[in-house]
Write a protein of this length. Structure first.
Length: 202
């Protein structure tokens, strides 16, 4: 119950828990300017942090003078549930999209790996071409690992982290980097004398 100036005349135990800031009593003045609104939603400070409240007000009388009866509904649990629902829907949409893309990409990689095997079987294949085929196969296998991780994400599987040598990973893709950079770019990769272990999902 508040007076026309917004001063609190009486407060229930439930309202006290919602309006009281930690270490302080219930404020003398209602923390929200209702502005004649019958229903108003606002965020107010409380003992547990900012809380979303819905307030219903109704004109009445108290102690022989005009007053406003305010009914307070705590929306915090509802807001948390709504945020969680939005998050779940977003993750579901991303998961479906990721799974579809991963399946298509996996089909392309299967075709690439099959073509590599057919090219190796040709009798006129020389050592230089075999090296290129090995580079293509290695890149396709790495792409297959990416597909696996994308599918795991889409299905909400937990990735398997383990110790990998970052220096070795960079060194192994030096030929692929060179072919991607083009003839006008020279890429020089030096192998470190020591390993560079990191924890990652390979």
């Amino acid at each position: 119950m508040i007076d026309p100036l917004g001063r609190i005349l009486r407060c229930s135990d439930g309202a006290r828990r919602l309006l009281a800031v930690e270490g302080q009593p219930v404020p003398r003045t209602f923390p929200v300017d209702l502005r004649g609104e019958e229903v108003l939603e606002a965020t107010v400070p409380s003992a547990t942090g900012p809380r979303a409240l819905r307030m219903h007000s109704q004109a009445t009388r108290w102690g022989g003078g005009p007053a406003t009866l305010v009914l307070i509904h705590d929306l915090q649990a509802q807001r948390i549930a709504e945020q969680e629902l939005r998050r779940v829907r977003l993750m579901t949409t991303i998961g479906r999209l990721t799974t579809g893309i991963s399946h298509d990409f996996g089909n392309y990689l299967t075709a690439i790996l099959g073509s590599v095997d057919l090219a190796r079987a040709e009798p006129a294949v020389d050592a230089r071409l075999l090296d290129h085929l090995a580079t293509i196969e290695d890149a396709a296998m790495r792409g297959s690992e990416v597909v696996r991780r994308l599918l795991a994400f889409g299905r909400r599987h937990v990735g398997e982290q383990r110790i990998v040598d970052l220096a070795r990973c960079v060194y192994d893709i030096r030929d692929l980097l060179g072919s991607m950079a083009g003839p006008g770019v020279t890429i020089k990769v030096e192998r470190l004398a020591t390993d560079l272990p990191i924890l990652a999902d390979p």
